[in-house]
Ligand binder design. Structure first.
Ligand SMILES: [Zn+2]
Length: 561
């Protein structure tokens, strides 16, 4: 009897996990109805999305409310990433995060500016004490924006637990209308070893999906043998937005019993990059589409439920199998995919010949490759699997395989630059040559004497490049010697090719002024409300420096009463 009760309790915890999270603790951070352009843990480049993206009607400036009482525990302002971000810690141990903000609420804005002027830097990270900036549930703490890496106005909202792990905010009652089940775009089968095959082939096969009237799918019957993995392309759509969002849960069943489960409820930042192991990385790099593996090939991701099997199908000759996939959104709208697999062994297939090179990389061993003036340090466990690497050096061009294998840990690429003239050494950088046009993209390069080194998590083609062109600076909304008495902002456009902007410093009559940098519009903005400028005649001086140290100085006069 007691055991039954225990099982019942256990069942209720497993079946109703939502009940573990407080449902009325957090209020909606925006006052408009919630519609999402991004769901929690959806698949992004090199990471899972750590929050929800709440749509703001293509506009900025909506009031952002503190989801619960607490205190501002962290403020971060960066050119890229989250842009202007606010972190509020609550007495129940959770922290809420609000990102891509336009600006903070007046009291917080004043606090941030004070520190920006002290540090003479727009980029800043602050950890206020519990008494500094207390907030109550529903207080306006900021205004929604488009700052940092945001590509359209929205509010990025997160809930993190006391170990800094982001959780799906929907678990806490954030509500979005969703009556539409997920949809499936493609399904693939991967023969996993030399003897396995699918539909008379031993390489990846795209399976033919047959949409059914009720929204489910069947799959054209397949013949297979041996160890097989299945991969799926699936997304969810909610009721009031056309956005293709991520799904919440995927399960597979073989002959009626559950085989595998992916559960997108919580993850930690130190595992987020293993997304590159969860997806077919080569396919993503070539087609920009995420095929999620429904099998675990030694992936430490916590979203893969450990209790079940590894998800592989092991198909025997002359046996029949029924394989089902269930994809759920958060609102438990299921989509089922059903496929019948016939086990048929085919001995006449020629196994694919694996390409070999002289550079066999053992994933669990460190190694150094060297040729000419280039050396590549590969650290232990930089890769998931052993493989034959392409490694070629032609003068200053390094072919380091191609970007079709995920890299776990940074690799160090070093160039000996002793053959360059002293003046040029200063302006050299290591570039990652991308795309068909092989355009050079600056890879953060550090020089020690005659060694120039970059750390990278991308395989591909690299080359030494030189940047001798200083940044450009031109006034945005005013001219030299202009009266700007009625202006609220002073705007200046800055740009740099090829290495990119590293930093800038603006002063008026010798005093540092805060200019906010938006890299997307290449604009620096000063707000006259800061009250720094009190003279009539003003000398503005701006120095902009690029990533290799070329700098430009711009000076202008403006008048103001
Ligand atoms: Zn986001």
């Amino acid at each position: 009897m007691r055991l039954n009760l225990f099982i019942l309790l256990l069942y209720s915890i497993i079946a109703y996990p939502q009940s573990n999270y407080p449902q009325d603790y957090f209020v909606n951070p925006l006052e408009i109805p919630t519609s999402l352009s991004g769901t929690f843990a959806e698949l992004r480049s090199n990471h899972f999305h750590s929050g929800v993206d709440i749509k703001t009607r293509q506009r900025q400036g909506f009031k952002v409310l503190s989801a619960a009482s607490g205190f501002v525990s962290r403020i971060k302002v960066t050119f890229f990433g989250y842009g202007k971000a606010l972190y509020i810690t609550h007495p129940n141990g959770y922290t809420t995060v609000y990102a891509h903000l336009q600006k903070f609420a007046p009291e917080i804005e004043a606090y941030v500016k004070k520190h920006q002027y002290e540090k003479e830097s727009y980029e800043i990270e602050l950890f206020p004490k519990a008494d500094d900036l207390k907030v109550s549930k529903g207080d306006v703490v900021a205004f929604s924006g488009n700052s940092g890496g945001s590509l359209a106005p929205h509010l990025h909202f997160e809930i993190r637990d006391n170990q800094e792990r982001p959780l799906n905010p929907m678990l806490f009652g954030l509500d979005v209308k969703d009556t539409t089940p997920p949809f499936v775009t493609a399904l693939y089968a991967y023969p996993m070893d030399k003897t396995s095959h699918v539909n008379h082939s031993n390489v990846r096969q795209k399976l033919r999906l047959i949409p059914l009237q009720n929204g489910d799918y069947s799959v054209e019957n397949i013949e297979a043998f041996g160890k097989i993995g299945i991969g799926i392309v699936t997304n969810d759509r909610q009721d009031y937005a056309p956005n293709k969002n991520g799904v919440y849960n995927i399960q597979t069943f073989l002959n009626g019993s559950q085989a595998y489960e992916l559960d997108f409820r919580r993850f930690s930042f130190d595992e987020t990059r293993h997304i590159n192991r969860l997806i077919d990385y080569e396919h993503y790099k070539k087609k920009k589409q995420y095929i999620q593996k429904l099998y675990n090939d030694e992936n430490p991701l916590s979203i893969i439920k450990p209790a079940l099997s590894d998800g592989f199908l092991v198909i025997k000759d002359s046996a029949d199998y029924m394989y089902k996939i269930k994809v759920n959104d958060f609102k438990n709208n299921p989509t089922w995919i059903t496929m019948e697999i016939k086990g048929i062994k085919n001995d006449s297939l020629n196994p694919e010949i694996q390409k070999t090179t002289p550079y066999f990389i053992q994933a669990h061993h460190a190694t150094t490759l060297k040729e000419g003036r280039v050396s590549v340090n590969i650290f232990k466990d930089s890769f998931y699997d052993d493989f034959y690497m392409d490694f070629e050096v032609h003068n200053d061009t390094l072919i380091l395989h191609d970007d079709t294998l995920p890299v776990k840990k940074s690799i160090a690429i070093s160039y000996d630059i002793s053959n360059y003239k002293e003046v040029d050494k200063e302006r050299l950088y290591i570039a990652n040559l991308l795309g068909y046009s092989k355009h050079p993209v600056y890879s953060a390069s550090e020089r020690k004497g005659n060694q120039l080194t970059t750390l990278t998590k991308n395989l591909g083609t690299y080359a030494l490049a030189i940047d001798t062109i200083p940044p450009t600076i031109r006034p945005g909304n005013f001219k030299d010697k202009q009266w700007v008495s009625n202006y609220q902002y002073l705007k200046i456009k800055i740009d740099d090719t090829p290495s990119g902007i590293s930093n800038y410093r603006a002063t008026v009559n010798g005093k540092w002024i805060l200019m906010e940098y938006d890299y997307k519009t290449k604009t620096l903005t000063y707000n006259f409300n800061d009250g720094i400028i009190t003279d009539t005649k003003n000398n503005l001086k701006l120095i902009v420096t690029d990533n290799v140290g070329n700098s430009s100085t711009f000076e202008t006069l403006f008048y103001r009463k």
